[in-house]
Design a protein around this ligand. Structure first.
Ligand code: PMP
Length: 431
């Protein structure tokens, strides 16, 4: 079976709105560490990890063994109507790591469901369906989470169970806050929050939800401290803060375990997904007990926190902590960042390099302007693939390349990927 046959079959049976990467899409058939191999035998260094989800890497013995042990018991699934030892253990660890006092954890299968659950408890707790969200955000693909997604490309329906008011994003390339320096940006963003509360809401807002670094939005992030500055205003009227840590969690930013920790604040709720299962479907929400308990009916998730996913989750978390992968993200991320900054310096097709730790993005613009250049982003993206490096795309205008490699990335792999990316940018810039 060739990739072409598979592509034709894919196109015949799967919806066209579910995009495939690359002019000639890739089928990955094996992986090890930070490398994957496609069906033609071509190998790639993976700087995207299935959208920041293969957080530890491919074929990790500790995770494989933990899952195999659970498979060996014969119990793949029991439902949460029965005690699940792995689930309880993982919840204990996550509650402790969350930084949220007296925390409760509810497991789901996806980031979307985690955010839905967070919105459910926040709106119940506050008896309000008014939500504050941030422009250029992405929170999921259900009605409520699409409704708080400030990104046209991902807003597939206008139906919205919530009443949403929008705060300005911290994009430094364009938008109202773009040209301000970080301190001015915090002040301006807080003014914006006060004005939105005063002009677009009836005051009794349920929550503000924000990504510490906007994932799909191309790794746009606010200056450190902004979420804390927001929280001071929110606290005046009891409005909850939800930190969507689906991409920023588990030490990815290098400097902190959670993205919110750069902001001198503890959120009322945080949501997680992607990396914690290292590919097994595992996600959830953590919150202060009084908030998370605000569900006055039976609610559960059939597969959420199932024995296989939570066996994987425990192994992932133990591996991450035992190997200090946050420290690795900090160290190797700094090498990558420095190399990227140097590589793009002479190329005016690059508008900005941004991000933290092993969550780094390159934004492409028309030379001498801030106008987005998605065509060049795609060219560099395809060049990287030709050179043997997988990266991701993103940004409001599709003009951003995103890198979120496994947190186990080594220094030499970082330099190898950097060389491929630098060459790709130079090739496209020279055209
Ligand atoms: N929140 C953020 C910040 C995300 O990046 C994503 C996925 N890209 C989601 C929520 C939704 O997660 P999922 O695709 O697992 O539903």
């Amino acid at each position: 079976m060739t990739t072409d046959d598979l592509l034709a079959r894919h196109r015949a049976v799967l919806p066209s709105w579910m995009p495939l990467y690359y002019e000639e899409p890739i089928e990955l058939v094996s992986g090890s560490g930070r490398r994957v191999t496609d069906s033609t035998g071509r190998s790639y260094l993976d700087f995207f990890g299935g959208v920041l989800t293969n957080m530890i890497g491919y074929d990790i013995a500790e995770i494989r063994d933990a899952v195999a042990r659970q498979l060996g018991t014969g119990v793949v699934h029991s439902s949460t109507l029965y005690l699940i030892r792995h689930q309880v253990e993982l919840a204990e660890k996550i509650a402790r790591l969350s930084g949220i006092p007296d925390a409760r954890v509810f497991f789901t299968n996806s980031g979307t469901e985690a955010n839905e659950a967070a919105l459910l408890v926040a709106t119940n707790y506050r008896r309000s369906h008014q939500i504050l969200a941030v422009r250029n955000s992405y929170h999921g693909r259900s009605y409520a989470t699409m409704g708080i997604t400030g990104h046209r490309s991902w807003s597939a329906s206008s139906l919205n169970p919530l009443q949403v008011s929008w705060l300005h994003s911290s994009d430094r390339m364009r938008g109202l806050l773009a040209r301000l320096d970080p301190e001015e940006q915090v002040d301006a963003a807080v003014d914006d929050l006060r004005e939105v509360l005063a002009t677009q809401t009836s005051g009794d807002v349920a929550c503000l939800i924000a990504e510490p670094i906007q994932g799909v939005g191309g790794f746009v992030h606010p200056p450190d401290g902004l979420l804390g500055a927001y929280k001071k205003v929110l606290d005046e009227s009891g409005i909850l803060l939800i930190s969507d840590e689906v991409q920023t969690g588990w030490g990815r930013t290098g400097e902190h375990f959670w993205g919110y920790q750069a902001h001198d604040v503890v959120p009322d709720l945080l949501t997680f997904a992607k990396g914690i299962g290292n590919g097994f479907a595992l996600a959830g929400v953590v919150g202060r007990a009084p908030v998370l308990e605000e569900v006055k009916a039976i609610s559960f998730s059939t597969f959420g926190g199932n024995p296989i996913a939570t066996a994987a989750g425990n192994a992932v978390l133990d591996y991450l902590l035992d190997h200090d992968l946050q420290g690795n993200a900090h160290r190797v991320g700094a090498i990558l960042r420095q190399g990227l900054d140097e590589a793009v310096r002479q190329h005016d097709i690059v508008g900005e390099v941004r991000g933290k730790g092993l969550m780094l993005a390159v934004e492409f613009v028309r030379p001498g302007s801030r106008e987005p250049d998605p065509a060049n982003a795609v060219r560099v993206f395809e060049e990287c693939r030709r050179g043997g490096l997988l990266v991701g795309k993103g940004g409001l205008y599709g003009n951003v390349l995103r890198m979120g490699p496994p947190l186990t990335l080594t220094e030499s792999e970082a330099r190898e990927g950097l060389d491929i990316l630098s060459a790709a940018i130079a090739t496209v810039a020279a055209r």
